[in-house]
Write a protein that binds this ligand. Structure first.
Ligand code: ATP
Ligand code: RI2
Length: 181
């Protein structure tokens, strides 16, 4: 059986990755949303994640619990190794990713696709403030990293999210049809 696609969703903080992913999963019920392991306090919103301490995270990483992991914004993020079992059933998997982990992941997953979400700097600043998950200082740091370029040589599809979320999701569904990518 052909392995499912690992669809890595990237884009600057506040661009709407989690919101777009939730909309895509609702519209495409066969898409599997990967639950990340994060060293963030539990239930801070934005996404459903498995909250762990730094030492728990380090133990998990050492014991091979992650297919890929990275650090950003003072936090550690891991993609459970069980994603490979999902992909092996032919299921497409959607995961909130880091731009800095893309090259490593492209070498691991044979059917790897990047969904790059964008929005204007004004949109990002407004959304991060309105979301209220981070302090103003943390928000400023996140905005400073907004223009990080993507590495070359990847299969990337681009999706702007400045307009209403429903429009973004509809365009995303069309772009993710296996025949179009
Ligand atoms: N198209 C949209 N229109 C209006 N608000 C939006 C839209 N997309 C997302 N938002 C809002 O913007 C805020 C940021 O969205 P979200 O948390 O999904 O971004 P993110 O890219 O996952 O951010 P981070 O990487 O920091 O977790 C949320 O409050 C969300 O409700
Ligand atoms: O800037 P880059 O490296 O692309 O992404 C870094 C991290 O930022 C976001 O984290 P969060 O969901 O805002 O906690 C991404 O999901 C990723 O884990």
């Amino acid at each position: 059986m052909t392995q499912g696609r690992l669809i890595a969703v990237v884009g600057p903080s506040g661009v709407g990755k989690d919101s777009v992913m939730a909309g895509l999963c609702e519209a495409m019920p066969r898409l599997h949303l990967v639950r990340r392991v994060i060293t963030r306090a539990p239930a801070l919103g934005g996404e459903d994640y498995d909250a762990v301490s730094v030492s728990q995270f380090e133990d998990l990483a050492e014991n091979g619990a992650f297919a890929v992991y990275w650090s950003a914004h003072g936090l550690h993020y891991g993609i459970p190794i069980t994603v490979i079992d999902q992909l092996n059933t032919g299921t497409d998997c959607l995961v909130n990713f880091s731009r800095k982990a893309l090259v490593e992941a492209a070498a691991i997953f044979p059917n790897f696709l990047v969904l790059n979400i964008s929005a204007t700097p004004q949109t990002l600043a407004h959304r991060l403030s309105a979301r209220g998950r981070e302090t103003e200082e943390e928000i400023a740091k996140r905005l400073a990293e907004a223009n990080k370029p993507l590495p070359a040589g990847l299969h990337v599809i681009h999706l702007a999210n400045d307009g209403p979320i429903s429009q973004t999701v509809a365009r995303g569904v069309a772009l993710l049809q296996p025949a179009s990518v």
